[in-house]
Design a protein around this ligand. Structure first.
Ligand code: C2E
Ligand code: MG
Ligand code: MG
Length: 454
């Protein structure tokens, strides 16, 4: 068929068809009154956010907001006034969130917000309180000054569920609790609101014992030089060999460790073990490589972090140049002044500092320029989305050029296949990590891999 139509007309038709399709899709996924995404689109975005949080070991949040007294407005002043009120509420909410977050209308006077990347629970609650402030500010409609009494409920991935359905249901349950206890407030979901989360408590108790019972282990993933293909270092990634649940990934326990403060002892153990193991490999005569350890928000806030790390290096006998710390963008941005100071001291000690998951948070290279850094790790989502005609390729190219102009090394995360490696090569990235070379491996296997390469 296609061959019978002259090329140009064919491509015009194809373009028109594509536009029509896009328009239809847009209608099906948005609320016509506020133009906000509807529940279907929201659920899809939440599932995407969960998937990317799983990869990054990070969290996201769902907020459900109910306007309250909306029915009174509608009934007494008429539908147009109600509609105007809803549009204003929608605008205020949209203006509050960051690019990449989703504000959606899910019921007559109910909105839901997805916060894609939150450092800690408190961040989501702070925004929830702002939502209350914004929504309860008066709205002028047809010479009337209207006030609503909003209620907001919050649920967090992974603490309160690992599906869009569960997160929305739990944020909704929390919102309902606010509603029946006086409105104008925001609350975090709690198990007693639905009575179906005894599991979290059990896991928390298990985690308390995990270090002592030697259930934690580190797996190592090589970092590879893009040009030579040689292994240039490795990242230590925590795993929990749970007695009943089997091998757990960080996404399943790091956020819980953060919430409960257990991350401090867990993080200490990770640092010690990574340095001990790296020193042991060097003692075995393997060519020295740098080991990278992930540092969480609470660890960076520890007053004595620098001293602790110095002690760990001392005890293990590892020289500082063989230790690298990976910290995500959102974590350093939480408290930039302090982060600049602490990272500066660590760098002067001889450690290397990397920004992890770059591109998922603030993504401000000009701001990051002020931080004492060595390396920028581009988040896997950019590398994995290169197929298709989106802008990611251009963005990655720009990040690499900027990073190089700031004298930073660039590591591409999540390289799974040859096409992605070719892309990474073309962008001028220095190193990559990904399943293409190797999954994270237990120390014994990783050691063997190094031995073979030597
Ligand atoms: P990260 O630091 O960005 O680590 C990279 C993650 O990407 C790892 O997931 C790794 O297994 C995964 N990965 C590597 N190559 C590929 C690939 O080709 N494709 C895909 N799809 N994924 C790949 P993992 O081990 O589940 O860790 C997730 C996150 O948990 C880490 O993200 C890090 O932020 C956090 N994490 C891991 N270990 C620790 C730790 O000891 N302490 C702290 N605070 N966080 C940790
Ligand atoms: Mg990392
Ligand atoms: Mg990363």
């Amino acid at each position: 068929m296609g061959r019978a139509i002259p090329g140009m007309i064919y491509s015009t038709m194809a373009a028109a068809l594509q536009r029509a399709n896009a328009e239809l899709q847009n209608l099906a996924l948005h609320d016509s009154l506020t133009k906000l995404p509807n529940r279907t689109l929201l659920e899809d975005r939440i599932e995407q956010a969960i998937a990317s949080c799983k990869r990054a070991g990070s969290g996201c949040a769902v907020l459900c907001a109910d306007l309250g007294r909306f029915k009174t407005v509608n009934d007494s002043l008429g539908r147009p006034a109600g509609d105007a009120l809803l549009r204003t509420a929608a605008e205020r909410l949209r203006a509050m969130v960051r690019l990449g977050d989703t504000v959606s209308r899910v019921g007559s006077d109910e909105f839901a917000i997805l916060l894609r990347n939150i450092g800690k629970t408190e961040d989501a609650l702070a925004l929830a309180r702002k939502v209350i402030d914004e929504l309860s500010a008066p709205v002028r409609v047809h010479a009337h000054e209207l006030r609503v009494a909003p209620s907001v409920g919050v649920s967090i991935y992974p603490l309160h569920g690992d599906s869009a359905e569960a997160l929305i249901a739990n944020a909704d349950a929390a919102m309902y609790h606010v509603k029946i206890s006086g409105r104008n407030a925001a609350r975090l979901f709690a198990p007693e609101m639905s009575n179906c989360f005894p599991e979290r408590l059990a896991l928390e108790n298990d985690l308390r014992e995990a270090v002592g019972r030697k259930e934690l282990e580190l797996h190592y993933q090589p970092k590879v030089d893009v040009r030579s293909g040689k292994t240039t270092g490795m990242e230590a990634l925590a795993r929990w060999r749970h007695p009943r649940k089997g091998l757990l990934l960080p996404a399943e326990f790091i956020p819980l460790a953060e919430e409960t403060g257990l991350i401090i002892s867990l993080g200490d153990w990770v640092l010690r073990e990574a340095c001990r193991q790296n020193r042991a490999w060097q003692n075995d005569g393997l060519a020295p490589l740098r080991v990278a350890v992930n540092i969480s928000a609470s660890q960076l806030q520890q007053r004595d972090l620098v001293e602790r790390i110095a002690a760990v290096l001392q005890d293990s006998g590892l020289e500082p140049q063989w230790l690298e710390l990976e910290i995500t963008e959102s974590v350093v941005m939480q408290n930039p002044t302090e982060a600049i100071d602490v990272l500066g001291r660590l760098k002067r000690m001889g450690l290397q500092i990397s920004i992890d998951d770059f591109g998922t948070g603030y993504s401000s290279l000009s701001y990051l320029r002020r931080f004492p850094l060595n390396t920028l790790k581009i988040d896997a989502s950019f590398i994995q989305d290169i197929s298709g005609d989106n802008n990611d390729a251009t963005i990655v190219q720009a990040i690499v050029s900027l990073a190089h102009s700031l004298k930073l090394q660039v590591v591409a995360e999540g390289v799974e296949n040859e096409a992605q490696l070719r892309f990474v090569q073309a962008t001028g990235s220095d190193q990559y990590q990904g399943y293409l070379r190797s999954e994270p491996l237990p120390a014994l296997e990783f050691g063997r891999l190094l031995m073979l390469a030597a």
